[in-house]
Design a protein around this ligand. Structure first.
Ligand SMILES: [Zn+2]
Length: 74
């Protein structure tokens, strides 16, 4: 079942806690992560607060991000 979770606050990654920014509008304070918790063939995507697609940095595991967001949202 596809799910959509709003992540409040910046998403950081890497040893220096780089913040994930939207490449279009540079928003970093809120994102929406979409995916399917029970189907790992569904790609996990990230959009900024304005609905732009935000590429996930290679250092972030997309499914891990989805599960973390789901746990926080509960
Ligand atoms: Zn944006």
């Amino acid at each position: 079942m596809p799910t959509e979770i709003t992540v409040h606050g910046p998403i950081t990654h890497g040893h220096d806690h780089t913040t994930v920014h939207c490449p279009t509008c540079h928003a970093s304070h809120s994102h929406t992560v979409r995916g399917d918790l029970s189907d790992d063939t569904t790609p996990v995507t990230l959009t900024c607060v304005n609905g732009h697609n935000v590429p996930l940095p290679g250092t972030i595991d997309a499914r891990e991000l989805l599960f973390t967001a789901a746990m926080r949202a509960e």
